[in-house]
Each structure stands twice: as structure tokens, then as C-alpha cells.
Design a protein around this ligand. Structure first.
Ligand code: ADE
Length: 412
């Protein structure tokens, strides 16, 4: 039985889901195909994802494909209660409510595991790490899992390195159709959306500090630059730092950037990126936010210890340190989901089409334990389907070109 906040929100959630469906043509096509072929007949799928309208379209697609689906939220602040209600009303087991505490979060996660899923779908690796640490009885039940995000894939690779990962996981995040779009355009736009929705500040003319210049951080930097912000990038990887420099951004250490920024966004996937000395160096009025998966990038615990605080509105807290005001967005959790609606449906169309096809691939193949890439032809197929939906035609290699590309004897 589902555990959600308010069933009377179901009608609102249904309308939101219909909106997402109208912007997710590839996933809807896969859904129509699944309706005919029922690839998940008799299969239980357990998912721990952000409970958004886009996730709802994925859950409905899996159910249409014959799966019994159970879903919990992958972040306490990302659950959209109306969407959770709409899904529960449509026969999908949902264990999620916005603002849930840590204990409730793990209760919900374990409720999904109680359904004994044959396939798991993670966004951040919490389902699978829970199985490997506290629910080992499920190790023989789960055939494989999928992972949506960079942080989750990093955790699984660490497990694999220690010989601890006991079943196959498909790193959906590593597909080009995912990270070149969802991470770059999706995080880029939705992180700024979260900042703007919670503060309504003008970005033009502001100095925006982006910590981390991976697929996500470079997207945030590009979009902020496009809106007229002066962008400063902080990085630990020299190649990425150099790329940020050539992209026209200021590049420096966080120690130097902390006194210059009007707005800060951490997108590193690492911890302790903004700590006490940075907080103390910031200008009066600085806005700090995080778009990395976990709320470990800004030392919020220390901020609470050294500052007096008041909440201006949900997702916008004012802290005063040494007479200077600092504004924290979304409690330091994913600003794009805590303060806005997450990535736009258009990019989630690609990511979640890959998720649906990755689950099908796990079901139809016997993979070894460990982290796997999604097959290139599946990645290519999703791109081709998206182009078709967008009515964009591209060239194909001629036989002569194919021969040229697979030969070595034509030179100068
Ligand atoms: N991650 C980022 N944006 C998302 C969205 N809209 N739905 C589900 N997961 C997400």
C-alpha cells in the first residue's frame, strides 16, 4: 500500500504528468511498443528516483510494459506530492512525501525493497547500497539495476573496486544521450531556475561562482553566462579548469572566489567544497546553493553553528555571520529539484528512455556483476528517435565513406 502525503492532489498531478507526456515523445513511443511486447511481464521493478512528472511517465511506461512497479523518492525535498498521488491513484506503489526526514526516507526505501524487486532503478545508489549493506537477502533476488546519476555511478565503481558489487548495474549516466544533454542543458537550466524561483534575482551583471566544471557545472556556467552573469569557475581537475578558462570564464580557487561571488552553485559531486572560511569571506547578501546529488558540498551544519538564522520562505534561509547576510537555497540540497521542478521534460525524455531500455536490456541478458555501459546502439537509437520526433534529418555514411573510415591506406 502506497504511503504518500495527500491523495486529494491526484487530479493536479495527473495534469502535470499529461504535460510531461506531451514533451516526452521518445519515451511515449517506447511505452506504445512496451504495450504490445510486454517486456516486463511478471517482473517487479523497484525505483528510487526523484518523484517528478517525468519520473511518473517512466513509471507508467514500465507498468505498461507489464512490470509491477514500486517507487520511493531519491531526495527528501524533490518529491512532488501531487505527482506521487496521481501515480498511487494509477496502481503504482509510491512511498514518498515532500520534506520527509531521514528515518522516513529509509522507511520508504525499505518499503520498495520489501516488494522484492527483480530490477532496481537508482538515482544516487541508495537502493543498491542498502541491499548490499542491510538487505543482503535480496542479493539473490535482484537480477540487476540501473543508475541515473554521476554520484551513483561513482559509488558503484568504488563498490566494484572493492569487490563488493554483487550484481550488474547499467550506468545510464554514462550514455552520451544522457550526460551530454540532461547533465549539461538539464542541470544548467534547472539549477538557475531554482535560484531564480527562490530569489527572483537578476542574473545579469552578477558574479556567479560555479564549483565543478563537469558536464553539469559547465552547463550551469554556460547558461549563466548567456544570461549576463560574470562566471567564475573553481575546479580541482587541471584539464577541466583549462577548458573553463578557454570557455571564457574566470578560473580561481574557492578561497579567492568566495570574496567575489554574488551567487554560488556547487556542482562537484564531492564534499566540503564551501566550508567555514569561505562562508566567513563572503560578501553581505551572497546566495549559496548546491546542484550536486548530495547535500554535502556546502557545510550547512557548520553554517548553522556559526550563524543566526531565519527562514524567509520555504527554500530560502537567511544566515547572519559577523553582521553579513548569507542566503542558503533549498537547505543545501539539489537546488533544481528543491526550489524548482528539476530538469525539463525534453531532456528527461532521453534519460528516461535510456532507463526503460536499460531495464529491458538487464531483463533480457545475463550480465556479469559490475558496472556496465549501456550498449552504443541503444544510445544511438534514442538519439535517432529524438531527432525523428524533432523532424530533423541527418546524413548517413556512404559505402565509400565507410570503407575510408575502416581503412588505413589512403593518406597524404
Ligand atoms: N533529475 C533531475 N531532474 C529530474 C526530473 N525532472 N525528474 C526526475 N529526475 C530528475
Amino acid at each position: 500500500m502506497s504511503s504518500i502525503k495527500n491523495m486529494s492532489l491526484a487530479e493536479e498531478g495527473k495534469k502535470k504528468i499529461a504535460w510531461a507526456e506531451s514533451r516526452m515523445p521518445v519515451l511515449m513511443k517506447i511505452q506504445a511498443d512496451f504495450q504490445k511486447t510486454l517486456p516486463f511481464k511478471g517482473i517487479r521493478i523497484g525505483a528510487c528516483l526523484h518523484v517528478t512528472k517525468e519520473t511518473a511517465v517512466l513509471m507508467k511506461t514500465l507498468k505498461t510494459g507489464g512490470a509491477a512497479v514500486a517507487l520511493c523518492g531519491s531526495n527528501p525535498l524533490s518529491t512532488q506530492d501531487d505527482v506521487a498521488a496521481a501515480l498511487a491513484a494509477q496502481g503504482i506503489e509510491v512511498f514518498a512525501s515532500h520534506g520527509i526526514d531521514n528515518e522516513g526516507y529509509y522507511r520508504n526505501l525499505n518499503a520498495v525493497l520489501d516488494t522484492k524487486p527483480g530490477i532496481t532503478m537508482d538515482d544516487g545508489a541508495d537502493l543498491i547500497t542498502e541491499i548490499h549493506s542491510k538487505r543482503k537477502e535480496l542479493l539473490g533476488v535482484v537480477k540487476g539495476g540501473t543508475e541515473e546519476t554521476t554520484t551513483g555511478v561513482i559509488r558503484f565503481r568504488a563498490m566494484q573496486k572493492e569487490g563488493k558489487l554483487k550484481f550488474p548495474v547499467i550506468a545510464v549516466n554514462d550514455a552520451r544521450c544522457k550526460n551530454m544533454f540532461d547533465n549539461y542543458y538539464g542541470t544548467g537550466q534547472s539549477a538557475l531556475d531554482g535560484i531564480i524561483r527562490s530569489t527572483n534575482i537578476l542574473l545579469a551583471g552578477k558574479t556567479l561562482v560555479v564549483a565543478g566544471y563537469g558536464h553539469c557545472g559547465s552547463g550551469v556556467a554556460a547558461m549563466a553566462k548567456g544570461m549576463g552573469a560574470h562566471v567564475i569557475v573553481t575546479e580541482v581537475d587541471p584539464v577541466k579548469a583549462l577548458a573553463a578558462y578557454y570557455d571564457g570564464h574566470g578560473v580561481m580557487s574557492m578561497d579567492d572566489a568566495s570574496a567575489l561571488g554574488d551567487v554560488f552553485v556547487t556542482v562537484t559531486g564531492c564534499k566540503a567544497v564551501i566550508v567555514e572560511r569561505h562562508l566567513r569571506a563572503m560578501r553581505d547578501g551572497a546566495i549559496i546553493s548546491n546542484a550536486g546529488h548530495f547535500d554535502v558540498e556546502i557545510d550547512v551544519k557548520r553554517l548553522k553553528e556559526i550563524a543566526s538564522a531565519r527562514t524567509l520562505k520555504a527554500g530560502l534561509d537567511e544566515f547572519v555571520i559577523d553582521g553579513k547576510r548569507i542566503y542558503l537555497l533549498g537547505e543545501g540540497r539539489l537546488v533544481n529539484l528543491a526550489c524548482a521542478e528539476g530538469h525539463p521534460s525534453e531532456v528527461m525524455d532521453q534519460s528516461f528512455s535510456l532507463q526503460a531500455l536499460a531495464a529491458k536490456y538487464i531483463n533480457e541478458n545475463k550480465l556479469e556483476a559490475g558496472v556496465h555501459r549501456i550498449p552504443k546502439d541503444v544510445d544511438d537509437m534514442v538519439a535517432a528517435m529524438k531527432l525523428e520526433a524533432l523532424r530533423v534529418k541527418i546524413d548517413a555514411l556512404t559505402p565509400e565513406q565507410e570503407r575510408y573510415l575502416s581503412s588505413w591506406n589512403e593518406g597524404t
